[in-house]
Design a protein around this ligand. Structure first.
Ligand code: MN
Ligand code: MN
Length: 462
């Protein structure tokens, strides 16, 4: 070996080799691991469904509902649910909360189309719903694809009805209509932001009238009749409802080699799922470990189910109190992986990325030292010390990982929940899976990267 080659191997970063770095056994393990993930994703379209699914899985794994007045022993497993939209899972450590807690936090809300409070109308032989989109979407991607309806309606008498239509291929589905290219010559010359407006995202829901009488809006009436027969609801009940339209197709393998998974809501269920399986596999950790799945990340983490709420802080304070510790001291000694996705390099759109500092599929989990925009605005920038600690933890646990900035400097930007965790005086950095087509109705991730995410969160806890 030449001197230069020898020195290069010693001093310089290794070249990217993608999935070639994984042994056949690891790839097989990843494929098997992802079967569970695909099922999870199909049952966790919305934050409510994700919470219900995770709670059921947790109960099967021996987790019991948290009681703040109970004294827990090392190895005890508890869960806590916030308004059915966020859930925490904890395994009590040998040292309890004395050395802080170890946190993995992912979000379980994903971009989608929500109904307006007063959605129903009829126009020119069709019944439609008015919508208000949720999270950052490229609006044209959500037109002319099958959509399913998920959500809850609370009636005047206080009873709640859950609605779930469209995911079963035998169900009816819905869609946002779009104009044919033949008549769209003018619009195709406009910028994307102007060509598709929020008020254009109307959902087609029916076209037959209730009867042939002279009453107005008989198609809308017929839709309401069907909803009333099935769910006992009236038009007024939309005012106290959360109804979300999500893509209606199942999670699928992608590629001839089936190395990738396509589906709706990878951001951020592809981080939520491995942080859940990692805590399931954690039996008797040194410090108390918590997986927390939060809501409202896609709209800025506001509200009482978002990461800016005090819910998680109160949960940690309760755990601390039970150990005779001060909550703020426990937080100050805690460490967190903010489990969120990053944008995987896409060769078709290479100009958006800076190729030395972006993430790639099959290169393992992505650490985003900071997110934000412009001159590192609106972000928590993880310290050299904490980066060093996490690097060591990943290497020790055989986790393939990479570093990733979200695209080129000044080209755009984004945020995660990391800064809200950092504000609680917790050491935190973003770690997650690289995603192609992020925020599209059909996002893509690598199976091998999923397994690495599981190993990373397990490594943090153990
Ligand atoms: Mn995300
Ligand atoms: Mn997102």
């Amino acid at each position: 070996m030449s001197n230069a080659k020898e020195l290069k191997e010693k001093l310089m970063m290794k070249e990217r080799r993608g999935a070639a770095d994984y042994s056949a056994e690891v790839l097989k393990e990843a494929d098997a691991y992802c079967e569970g993930y695909k099922r999870f994703l199909d049952h966790a379209r919305t934050e409510r469904e994700a919470v219900a699914t995770v709670r059921k899985m947790a109960q099967e794994k021996g987790f019991v509902e948290f009681d703040p007045d109970h004294r827990y022993q090392p190895g005890d497993r508890v869960y806590i649910v916030n308004r059915e939209k966020a859930i925490g899972l904890a395994v009590i450590g040998k040292n309890g909360t004395a050395d802080g807690v170890r946190l993995a936090i992912a979000h379980i809300d994903s971009p989608r189309i929500d109904l307006k409070p007063n959605p129903l109308y009829e126009s020119n032989g069709m019944a439609l719903f008015k919508t208000h989109y949720y999270g950052g979407i490229k609006k044209y991607q959500w037109t002319a694809i099958p959509l399913a309806l998920h959500g809850r309606v609370v009636k005047l008498d206080g009873t709640a009805v859950d609605i779930h239509i469209g995911d079963d291929p035998k169900d009816e589905c819905f869609l946002i209509t779009d104009l044919l290219p033949h008549l769209d010559k003018e619009r195709v010359t406009q910028t994307m932001g102007k060509a598709f407006t929020g008020e254009d995202l109307n959902i087609l829901i029916g076209s037959r009238p209730y009867d042939d009488s002279d009453e107005k809006d008989l198609i809308a009436l017929n839709v309401m009749r069907i909803l009333n027969e099935r769910y006992g609801i009236e038009e007024d009940d939309f005012l106290s409802a959360e109804l979300n339209f999500c893509p209606a197709y199942p999670t699928r393998d992608v590629g001839f080699d089936r190395s990738m998974i396509g589906g709706y809501g990878h951001d951020d269920k592809c981080c939520a799922y491995p942080s859940v399986t990692a805590i399931f596999d954690t039996e008797l950790p040194e410090s108390t470990c918590i997986t927390y799945l939060t809501d409202k990340e896609e709209t800025g983490s506001d509200g009482n189910t978002g990461m800016q709420s005090d819910f998680l802080r109160y949960f940690i304070y309760d755990l601390a109190k039970a150990d005779g510790n001060e909550g703020y001291r426990v937080l100050s000694r805690s460490k967190c992986l903010s489990a969120d996705v990053n944008a995987a390099f896409d060769p078709t759109f290479s100009s958006a990325y800076e190729q030395k500092n972006c993430s790639y599929i099959n290169e393992g989990v992505v650490i985003s030292k900071y997110t934000g925009h412009g001159g590192k605005y609106d972000t928590s920038d993880a310290s050299a010390e904490f980066m060093g600690e996490i690097r060591f933890m990943l290497e020790k646990n055989g986790v393939k990982w990479q570093i990733g900035e979200l695209g080129k400097v000044d080209i755009g930007g984004g945020g995660t929940i990391a800064k809200y965790v950092a504000n609680m005086n917790v050491d935190v950095v973003d770690l997650g899976v690289a995603v192609l087509c992020m925020h599209a109705p059909f996002e893509v991730i690598s199976k091998a990267d999923m397994l690495m995410a599981h190993k990373a969160f397990y490594g943090l806890f153990n």
